[in-house]
Design a protein around this ligand. Structure first.
Ligand code: SF4
Length: 248
């Protein structure tokens, strides 16, 4: 398809063109060309595109709720239970919706709403930025994240990145590889995100030694509230092997 992605989309034109060509070149499955992009499924549907959650791949369109592309950006900020999603890659993208008949700019805008800058990261294939480099840049209350031990970094990475739809590449260099599954798929993560850095800071904060931390996450604690011991990522961190009373 001959196209030029214009300025109406937040995606850089050359990266947008490359992404659309990649979708158009997808192998045919079930009579359609489709690519998974994080938790999205991008379908080349004749002269237009369709977007839905990849978990809804096999569902008839009539079973899904039509979403308005104009409100998609706000829609993907919350999960199926209406809770704020603390980072774009979190595996909590809402399900049960479809956006058919999208033209190039509207598709790209929607994809960028779910995964900002993801298309450019993928197209540029830039060098990974390791955690230690990102930590060294931090100032103020985040400065301490440079003190994270390798064991702590491993556990935080398992807790946070283990619930992310991106494929982690920032620790791919031989001397920085962590023993944590890096995920799958084509949507890359080349640099630790701000939520991982925030979580890294939180595991270095002492917890009261006489309080037994909860074993289960509390449903009423927002996923982004890392200060609460019952936060899902705090619980995942402890399960990953980290002991917050000794990580100082
Ligand atoms: S650092 Fe981890 S959680 Fe953050 S975007 Fe990358 S893979 Fe996802």
């Amino acid at each position: 398809m001959d196209r030029t992605v214009g300025a109406e989309t937040p995606v850089r034109p050359d990266a947008g063109d490359a992404f659309l060509s990649w979708v158009d070149d997808a192998p045919v499955a079930d009579g359609r060309r489709a690519r998974e992009w994080g938790d999205l499924l991008v379908v080349a549907d004749g002269e237009a595109y369709e977007l839905r959650h990849r978990a809804d791949r096999g569902r008839p369109r009539a079973d899904l709720v039509d979403r308005d592309p104009a409100t998609f950006r706000g829609f993907v900020r919350s999960d199926d239970d209406g809770r704020y999603r603390p980072f774009a890659g979190e595996r909590s993208l809402p399900t049960g919706w479809v956006m058919p008949g999208l033209d190039d700019p509207i598709l790209l805008r929607a994809v960028a709403s779910a995964y900002p800058a993801g298309i450019e990261e993928w197209a540029d294939d830039a060098d990974p930025v390791p955690y230690r480099e990102v930590a060294a840049r931090q100032t103020g209350i985040y400065e301490r994240v440079a003190n994270l031990s390798r064991a702590e970094l491993t556990d935080v990475t398992a807790a946070v990145c283990g619930n992310c739809a991106k494929r982690r590449t920032w620790d791919e260099t031989a001397d920085d590889t962590l023993p944590v599954d890096r995920g799958a798929g084509d949507l890359p993560c080349r640099e630790p995100c701000s939520f991982l850095v925030a979580a890294a800071r939180e595991v270095l904060v002492d917890e009261p030694p006489d309080e037994q931390p909860p074993e289960q996450p509390a449903a009423d604690v927002p996923p982004g509230d890392l200060t609460d011991p019952a936060n899902r990522y705090r619980v995942r961190y402890r399960r990953a092997g980290g002991n917050p009373t000794t990580h100082r």
